[in-house]
Design a protein around this ligand. Structure first.
Ligand code: GUN
Ligand code: ZN
Length: 433
């Protein structure tokens, strides 16, 4: 058995859902805590002194006043959009046609795909994100590239080939049959290898024919162990378009459900403009809604109803939605979620924001038993954060009278300068490597 590693610092762990219990009671913060890691897993979390006594041979990594947390979990991204992040002036459909689709055309080139996947993963690791669920492009090469680069870094990662057989440029279209065949082959190749999960991925209802949605629904029925990810009710013109394309469907959600694309392992990005029926059905099934706040303001989509949806007991994750989202950082994403909450009249507590970016997103991905928290048995994906990383943050944190007040300036103003170290699968990443 290899020697244990003992990380010391402030620690933050969750014992409960801070939307279902008083937020501060849902978390355990230790001013001088520790995390013991051995063979890729967390084996103990507790007071620093107790852990030092219990693990006298452990190699010590003393992070002083810095905060040790579970690594961030980003539940909805498009890694192929890395190079078109922050593209100006368009709303959803025009943004897809002007920026996204031309960029995605390049991913038939395996070398280009590998280079982008590597750059993307290094960018998010620098932000403290240790798991992402990514859309790829229509090209199988884009999936192989992403999983190969994630595997080379020891990451837990989820991804799938984005299927489209209408309403996109010719070079990005597959067919109902090839979407099924390619997805199945990629699923068999990658799902469950090391820390990788394949996600069945129809892009969204407007870019799939009913035949393609049906084929992917059939694949999901054959592989219910895989998640299914897509987009739902992001912008009003998109919802009108779905109504015209699927006149028989009761609503947007029904354009998926009719084809077997609704289930407890479903991940719906955005989910802003939902009807009462859709909300009730999503709740009944236990599907996950993925909130993408920087994207929703950047593309002009609308204000996600976090307070209402959490009060109903919906399963909710948090995500950057890179490159519709304007940041790779889950700190910036938490800040945007706070701002959207404020615009709807409710202030999310820092414990709720942090939980969404870690355990909440892990729960949305149904990986809460593996990642997203500091607890014995969890995989050791960690981020260590300096809570005084810039002069502006430091001077505000110095006034704090509680841990949450100390944490909040890093949530609102922090970026990758706050990230002191990142551990993946029980080992520290070498900075810049
Ligand atoms: N809806 C369908 N495709 C996309 C995408 O790539 N980004 C966003 N934000 N919404 C989408
Ligand atoms: Zn998306």
């Amino acid at each position: 058995m290899t020697d244990a590693q003992l990380l010391l610092g402030q620690t933050l762990a969750f014992d409960a859902d801070p939307f279902a219990t008083p937020p501060e009671a849902a978390a355990t913060w230790r001013r001088r805590g520790g995390v013991v890691v051995r063979e890729g897993r967390i084996v103990a979390v507790g007071e620093a002194d107790d852990l030092r006594r219990a693990h006298p041979r452990a190699q010590i990594h003393d992070h002083g006043e810095a905060l040790i947390s579970a690594g961030f979990v980003d539940a909805h991204v498009h890694y192929p959009q890395t190079a078109i992040i922050a593209s100006w002036g368009k709303q959803l459909i025009d943004w897809l046609n002007s920026y996204t689709f031309p960029e995605e055309m390049r991913f038939g080139d395996a070398r280009f795909a590998a280079e982008t996947a590597a750059r993307y993963l290094d960018l998010v690791l620098a932000c403290g994100t240790t798991t992402v669920a990514s859309f790829c492009t229509v090209h199988p090469e884009s999936v192989d590239a992403f999983f190969s680069e994630a595997r080379a870094r020891g990451l837990r990662a989820l991804a799938g080939k984005t299927c489209m057989d209408r309403n996109a440029p010719e070079g990005l279209l597959d067919s109902a049959q090839s979407a099924y065949d390619d997805s199945r082959r990629l699923l068999e190749k990658w799902h469950g290898k090391d820390r990788l999960s394949y996600v069945i991925t129809p892009r969204f209802a407007p870019t799939s024919t009913p035949e393609q949605l049906e084929a992917l629904g059939a694949l999901w029925a054959e592989h219910p162990e895989c998640p299914m990810q897509t987009h739902l009710s992001e912008q009003l013109p998109e919802i009108d378009w779905v109504r015209r394309l699927f006149p028989e469907a009761r609503d947007y959600l029904d354009s998926y459900e009719r084809f077997g694309l609704l289930g407890e392992n479903a991940l719906y990005g955005h989910a802003i403009h939902l009807t009462g029926r859709e909300r009730a059905r999503l709740r009944e099934v236990g599907a996950a809604l993925i909130h993408c706040p920087t994207s929703n303001s950047f593309i002009g989509s609308g204000l996600f109803d976090m307070a209402g949806l959490t009060a109903e007991g919906q399963r909710i994750g948090l995500a950057t939605d890179t490159g519709g989202g304007s940041s790779f950082s889950m700190l910036r994403t938490m800040a945007a979620a706070y701002e959207i909450g404020q615009l709807r009249g409710s202030a999310l507590h820092p414990a709720q924001l942090w939980w969404l970016a870690t355990q909440g997103s892990a729960r949305a991905l149904r990986l809460e038993g593996c990642i997203g928290n500091l607890a014995p048995g969890m995989e050791a994906d960690l981020v260590i954060l300096d809570l005084a990383s810039t002069p502006a943050i430091a001077q505000r944190a110095a006034r704090a009278e509680s841990f949450w007040e100390q944490l909040f300036p890093t949530i609102m103003m922090g970026d990758e300068r706050a990230v002191r170290a990142v551990w993946v699968n029980g080992a520290p990443l070498v900075r810049g490597g």
